[in-house]
Design a protein around this ligand. Structure first.
Ligand SMILES: NC(=O)C1=CN([C@@H]2O[C@H](COP(=O)(O)OP(=O)(O)OC[C@H]3O[C@@H](n4cnc5c(N)ncnc54)[C@H](OP(=O)(O)O)[C@@H]3O)[C@@H](O)[C@H]2O)C=CC1
Ligand SMILES: CC(=O)[C@@H](O)[C@H](O)COP(=O)(O)O
Ligand SMILES: [Mn+2]
Length: 379
């Protein structure tokens, strides 16, 4: 019986993780769950999976949920609550599935507590990759990728010698507006931006896919997860999202991981690694898929990806500023305060003013994050 906790259990990844748990009922014990504000769903999850501890965003919500769940379930709230669920249970693995860099302290706390990480929440790696990876190395903790591209690369590199890797290619669907020119982006709506062509995901990552910021975050995520220099990380447009990424080796061989776009597969692999268990996911038929298409990335069409590479190469707090600016800008777009194209404008203007701090500690990262958020709200 594997004991796990899920940070962000009411979200897209969190609920799919619980699907996987339900598929293998006798194999998992849920120690902790966390929600932000969706306490109705969390209450259902508490009754079904009986976690020892839960956390929600605010004290008010914590007081409300206490009236509707068994007294045996301890209730926490806020960032401290995330940390408590991350580190304060008997879980041997924590699935990090909250949205944004709010997951940084709880990710670090889980690692500090020696818990392996099923890593979906990519923003903590983007904002503080050196802290997350060095702590994981020091504590002997595995960072098992859930993000589909990084799960693919992880699977392709299994059993291979690191020095034989010539490079990795992260595939990109192109997002909701992949068939639009930049001129046609001027008046696009939130509703249109939320229509990802292949995946059903949370709102923020869906917008990030449309701006290509998601792929930029994934480039930085891959740099840290696989200790991969940026000049060995490529991005390729692949509209079908069937090849989830691939690795090229020194002998020119390419190993790729394919499958239907279903996050339960990478989630399950992170939970069961190094084993593979059966999955209810529909099997991929290449004859049905027919042709697969690929196109060189157009960095003029998607300038945010170029910015991400520049920030990654710069290191220090540049990626912290990039991530925080994007989180604020996407939230403003989703609140209909700014246009879609203004998202990249906010990021660019933040970076134009950013004074980079090399190898920052946690305090400096959190200070940069907060300062950037205040600035991005005004741009
Ligand atoms: N969805 C996907 O297919 C993929 C997602 N990822 C990554 O996984 C992470 C989660 O994504 P996704 O599941 O789509 O996101 P969702 O928005 O669907 O879910 C986010 C989760 O985090 C919780 N949450 C949000 N804000 C806070 C907060 N301030 N404090 C505490 N909890 C909070 C939400 O709670 P509530 O809803 O109750 O408010 C929810 O449980 C992201 O980093 C994303 O980039 C990576 C690859 C694929
Ligand atoms: C499912 C997943 O991993 C997402 O990150 C998805 O890959 C987004 O797809 P694109 O960013 O390629 O549109
Ligand atoms: Mn991804």
């Amino acid at each position: 019986m594997k004991k796990i906790s899920i940070l962000g259990s009411t979200g897209s990844i969190g609920t799919q993780t619980l699907d996987v748990v339900s598929t293998h009922k006798d194999e998992f014990q849920v120690e902790g769950l966390t929600a932000g504000t969706n306490i109705d769903l969390l209450i259902q999850q508490v009754h079904e999976y009986k976690p020892r501890k839960v956390s929600v965003a605010t004290k008010e919500l914590a007081d409300r949920i206490k009236l509707q769940i068994p007294a045996t379930t301890q209730v926490y709230y806020g960032e401290d609550g995330l940390v408590e669920i991350a580190a304060g249970t008997d879980a041997e693995m924590v699935v990090t599935a909250v949205m944004g860099s709010v997951g940084l302290r709880s990710t670090l706390a889980a690692i500090e507590a020696g818990k392996h990480i099923g890593l979906a929440n990519k923003e903590p790696l983007v904002t503080a990759g050196h802290l997350v990876t060095s702590l994981a190395k020091n504590r002997g903790v595995q960072l098992l990728p859930i993000d589909s591209e990084h799960s693919a690369i992880f699977q392709c590199m299994n059993g291979e010698r690191r020095n034989d890797v010539a490079g990795i290619t992260i595939t990109a669907s192109g997002g909701s507006f992949r068939n639009l020119s930049r001129d046609e982006l001027v008046n696009v709506t939130v509703e249109d931006a939320l229509k990802h062509p292949n995946w059903s995901m949370g709102a923020k990552i869906t917008i990030d896919s449309a701006t290509m910021v998601n792929k930029g975050l994934e480039v930085i995520e891959a740099h840290w997860l696989f200790d991969m220099p940026y000049n060995q990380i490529n991005v390729l447009l692949h509209p079908e999202s069937i090849i989830h990424s691939y690795v090229e080796f020194c002998d020119s061989s390419i190993i790729a991981q394919l499958g239907n776009p279903d996050m339960r597969v990478p989630i399950q692999y992170a939970l069961t690694y190094p084993e593979r268990w059966k999955s209810p996911t529909q099997r991929l038929s290449l004859t049905e898929a027919g042709s697969l298409h690929f196109k060189e990335m157009d960095y003029d069409r998607f300038p945010c990806l170029r910015l991400a590479f520049e920030c990654g190469r710069m290191g220090g707090t540049a990626t912290t500023a990039f991530n925080a600016a994007n989180e604020v800008a996407v939230a403003r777009f989703l609140n209909r305060e700014i246009s879609f194209l203004h998202i990249e404008e906010v990021i660019q203007r933040v970076l134009d003013q950013h004074v980079n701090l090399a190898s920052p500690d946690l305090g400096a990262i959190e200070e940069c994050d907060l300062h950037t958020r205040k600035l991005a709200l005004r741009l």
